[in-house]
Design a protein around this ligand. Sequence first.
Ligand SMILES: [Zn+2]
Length: 271
Amino acid sequence: MIKKLAGLIAIAAIVVACTTNAITGRSQFKLLPESQLQQMAVGEYQSFLSSNKVIPATSSNRDAEMVSRVGQRIVNAVTTFFKQNNMAQELEGYQWEIKLVQSNEANAWCMPGGKIVVYTGLLPITQNEAALANVMGHEVSHALFGHTNERMSQAIAAQYGGSILDAFMANKSSAAMRNIFGSAVGMSSQLGILAFGRKQELEADRYGMIWAAMAGYNPEEAIGLWERMQAYAGGGGTPEFLSTHPGPERRIEQLRKYLPEAMKYYRPVSK
Ligand SMILES: [Zn+2]
């Protein structure tokens, strides 16, 4: 009986799985309730922090202080944008946190619900605060536009089926689900089990530039940033950001197309 019930819940979830994003206008396949995903994120975030070295954002560590400052400005920009578009309710479950962790990986991510982590290994590539703002804007966009949910839903539909979804609905985080979550968020710089969609990456680039501009950082820095990122990836590292793009030239070309739109939001701030 319980099994049957769970099956029905899964079917109901699939029926409502296709939604259109109000900002991007893109139709998305999402199986997981956002609130439950955010709840799972809190647990995964805590477990990540307890097994990694967090650098406190004090005046004695300028990098951590910078990450915290840039992140907060991005969060403020996003909050303003959503309010202006009458979508403040979309951010209701968000409890933003911004951390810098010690790691040689060139990586950063944002979980659904607003937990943002930057790895120290990313800073030699960002090189300046405006470029960092563009990366953080990119990562925040993945969370805001439900990309984690989309990636997980794809993996569940393609590889796992209903049982894993039933367990999730019953609030049991199976090892498989945690693994899918980690890959979907981009917590590992290795290519995970998920294919990251090109559309999602370009969406994150485009809105990342807008958040950065609204936060007072030049969105044009995104171009130099992704060029450095590609040079880095050519050396053997594969950050999440680069896993799907058709080619370096194509991405830069897209960034240039997005630039005039982002520039409309750009109000430089004095530091
Ligand atoms: Zn990305």
